[in-house]
Design a protein around this ligand. Structure first.
Ligand code: PBG
Length: 349
């Protein structure tokens, strides 16, 4: 190929940045052997990077498959305890509990969400009693509990009432903390909820309870399978969460959300969904240097599983590749339904 002026310019830039160019510099040299590829690896995944989201429902001895999430089940409290035992032995530091609430227990206020002996609190107590040394994280939001599927309370016009919702969220956080929850994780996207929850926790002697804020949570289509899993797909119907969750087109706004949550007392921040928003994780990590987490949400999980089950992709390979992408983007960890499967693979080496 003729060497034109443009190529010469590029070659000179390369020379200035990296030293002599081809043939002296050969990028493939470092990739030739397995040991050298390991030596030059920039990011690593370990079981300590995982937060494992689990679904829980009423009943005994249940492991009920979630249709839209092949490989994921809803546990009853007893089987959850066994599953957590395995996760703990694999070195997973924390699980995140999500409830499937029976439809007849739901109402417009999500009243069951603030009852001390509700499913979430019983699940927390069961897990903590059996495994005091694994972290337990819980969502704070109303959508699994309301008969309209929204994360907040509605006024007569069907609009979300921000400040009244926060009062309920504070109660929800308190009963979860009382039950032994280690990390309160508000996923509702109401304004001002982190500060209010921090204040409520501190005022009730729960100063040690951490807050992981769903800071940049987008109004995403990728939550579909999750909503089926917790039973909020049918209650929400075609309604939109776009008045509180973020516009997928925005990233400056994500930085403002994160800045507010940090100022209000968040210990850790989260970006959600994950894979389509790795640019947001990178910006957040670079700007704030906070413990930053990405949520590989249900739709991301199901896409990989569906393609793998069809034989279109290598499931294990794509699982690990998708997870290391979070580390590469700057995340300190990832919430993933793959946590146990990935931790097992890592253990095998
Ligand atoms: C509830 C909540 C959602 C998810 C986590 N917490 C769904 C939503 O906001 O509609 C999604 C998780 C997933 O898709 O895996 N506020």
């Amino acid at each position: 190929m003729p060497f034109n002026g443009k190529d010469r310019e590029t070659a000179q830039t390369t020379l200035a940045q990296t030293g002599p160019a081809f043939p002296t510099t050969r990028m493939r040299r470092n990739r030739r052997t397995e040991w050298s590829r390991r030596l030059t690896q920039e990011n690593v995944l370990t079981p300590a990077d995982f937060i494992w989201p689990v679904f829980v429902r009423e009943g005994d001895n249940l492991t009920e498959p979630v249709d839209a999430m092949p490989g994921v089940v809803r546990y009853s409290c007893d089987t959850l305890v066994d599953a957590v035992s395995e996760a703990k032995d694999l070195g997973i530091p924390v699980i995140a509990i999500f409830p499937f609430i029976e439809p007849e227990l739901k109402d417009a206020e999500g009243s069951i969400s603030v009852q001390e002996n509700n499913l979430v609190c019983r699940a927390i107590r069961a897990v903590k009693a059996a495994h005091p040394n694994i972290g337990v994280q819980c969502d704070v939001a109303l959508d699994p509990f309301t008969n309209h599927g929204h994360d907040g309370l509605l006024d007569v016009h069907g609009e979300i009432v921000n400040d009244a919702t926060i009062e309920v969220l504070c109660q929800q956080a308190l009963i979860q903390a009382e039950a032994g929850c280690d990390v309160i994780s508000p996923s509702d996207m109401m304004d001002g909820r982190i500060g209010a929850i921090r204040h409520a926790l501190d005022a009730h002697d729960f100063g040690q309870v951490q807050i992981m804020a769903y800071s940049a949570k987008y109004a995403s289509g990728f939550y579909g399978p999750f909503r089926a899993a917790v039973g909020s797909a049918s209650t929400l119907g075609t309604a939109t969460k776009a008045t509180y969750q973020m516009n997928p087109a925005n990233t400056d706004e994500a930085l403002r959300e994160v800045a507010l949550d940090i100022a209000e007392g968040a210990d850790m921040v989260m970006v959600k969904p994950g894979m389509p928003y790795l640019d947001v994780i990178r910006r957040v990590k670079d700007r704030f240097g906070m413990p930053t987490y990405g949520y590989q949400v249900s739709g991301e999980y199901s896409m990989i599983q569906a393609a793998a089950l069809n034989g279109w992709i290598d499931g294990e390979k794509c699982m690990m590749e998708s997870l290391i992408a979070f580390k590469r983007s700057g995340a300190d960890g990832v919430l993933s339904y793959f946590s146990v499967a990935a931790a097992k693979l890592l253990r095998q080496g």
